[in-house]
Design a protein around this ligand. Sequence first.
Ligand code: GLN
Length: 530
Amino acid sequence: MPDLASTRLAAHEMAARLRAGSVSSRELTEAHLAAAEAGNHALNAWLVIDRDAALAAAAAADARIAAARADGSAALAALHPLCGVPVGLKDLVTVSGGQCTAGSRILDGYVAPFDAHVTERLRDAGAVIAGKLNMDEFAMGSSTEHSAYGPTANPWDLERVPGGSSGGSAAAVAARHVPLAIGTDTGGSIRQPAALCGIVGLKPTYGRVSRYGIVAFASSLDQVGPLARDARDAALLLHAIAGRDRRDATSAPVPVPEELLALPASDDEAAASLRGVRLGLPREYFVAGMEPGVEARVRDAVAAFEAAGATIVDVSLPHTEYGLAAYYIVAPAEASANLARYDGVRYGHAVRGGDVLGSYLASRGTGFGPEVKRRIMLGTYALSAGYYDAYYLKAQKVRTLIKGDFDTAFAAGVDALVAPTSPFVAWPLGAKLADPVAMYLSDACTLPVNLAGLPGISVPCGLSDGLPVGLQLIGPAWSEARLLALARAYEGVTAGAPWRRLEPPGLVAIDPAGPTPARRAIALPGGHHR
Ligand code: GLN
C-alpha cells in the first residue's frame, strides 16, 4: 500500500515538492489512486478511475520536471504549478477515447472522439487526469441522486447527499482522493456541493472557460470551474483552464489574470488585504426556510470580515425571489433543445422500436431518467407556440432585472457580496427525492448568479450540527482573482479557528460485495431510486 500521507497536501504544496524533487508525480499519483480505489465503494464518487492513463501522465510529468530541472531554475519556474498534480473530471468533460456519460444511461457506451478544451489545457499544464466523477444526469439536480449510476455519498456522513450536480467531484476532493476536480455550474452545481462537502468551489464568469467538449445542459448558464480544498488551489486550476478558445463562440477574449498564481502564502498578509474592502450583505439571501445553524455561521463569517477591517453594507437585490421561477423556465427550455440530439442514432444507448419514430421514442424513453424527462417536458412546454411569450420571454425579462440588481449593487461601490451558498447543510439521502420543488429550493442563493453571468465562490465557514456550511462571495464580471483573494483572506482570518482542523472521518470498512452506503440509505422507506 503506498504512503497515503501525500493525499493530505494541497496542490500548491505538491507543486513545491515536485520542483524541489522531494516527491515524484508517480508517488503522488499512486497515493491518490490508492485512496480513490480504497474509498470509492463507500462514496461512489468515481465512475472511472483510470489507473493506466494516470500513471502514464505521471511518468510524462516526471520526465518534464526532470528536463526542466536540467535546463535550470527558469525552466523549472516556467512549468505550470499543476504539472504532475492529480485532477478528477466530472463525467461530462470529454477525454478522447474515454467514456462521457453525463450521468445518463443514454450516453452509456458512447466513446468521446476528442478532448474537451479543459482536458487539453490540463494536458498542456502536465496535470494527471485520474478519472471521471459521478454527477446528476445531465447536471440536473442538487444531490447527485439523479445519476443513472447510483448516488454518491457525502464523506462527512455516508447517509447524506454530497450536493450536486458535481457531487462526485466535491466528494472526491473532500475525501482526499484528488486535491482538485473540475465541475460545472448551471445554477449552483459547483458552489452547492462544495458547500455541502466543506471545500472551495468557484463558478467563473460566463465566458471565462470554454465549454467546448462539455456536455451541454443550459448553454447560456453553464460554466466550467474548479473544486479544491483551498483558495490557492482553486486559483491554480482556474488559471490552467481559463481563456479564449475559438471553438466556443461565447468564450471571451479576456486575459487570464496572472495574480491567480500569486495568492499570498502568509495568512497575515492575506488577512491584511481586507482593510478598506466593502462587502455587501444582500438581505434577500437570508431566505425563508434557511437553517438557523447555516445563518449563524454565515453571520459569524461576516463579523470576521468586519473585525479584519472590511466594511459591511446592507444591500438589496429586490428581484431575487423571482430567480428560481425564471431559472426553471430558462434552464429547461435550453435543455429541451440541447437534449434533442440524443436520438438513439448518433450517441450511446439505442433501442430499436420498429420505424424511425418508434426507435427514437424507445431510445429516449429508456435512456433518460425521470428528472431529465421532467425538464424536457417543462422546457418544451415553455417554448411552445402560444406559451413562449407568457413563459420564456417573461423569464428572460426577469433575468435582465436580476442582472440589473447586481449591476446596481456593484455600481454603488461594493467590491463583492457575501451570502450563504446553500440554505441547508447536507440532508439525508432520499429526503428530497420525492419532492422536486424542495430540491430546487436548495439553489435559491446560487442560481441568480448564473442568470446574471457573474462569478461566485463558495468557501467553508464552519459546521452546523457537525456538517459543513458554505459562505458565498459574488463579484462583478471578471473579478475571479479578486474573489479568490477575498477567499484567501477569509482563510487567513480564520486560520486559527478549531473548525479549520476538522475533516471528514477516515475510510470506513465497507463490504465491497454489498450495496454502496448511499444506495442502501435511499432504499429505506421514503426513497424511490431506481
Ligand atoms: N440544481 C440546479 C438544477 O437542477 C442546478 C444544477 C446545475 O448547476 N447544473 O438545475
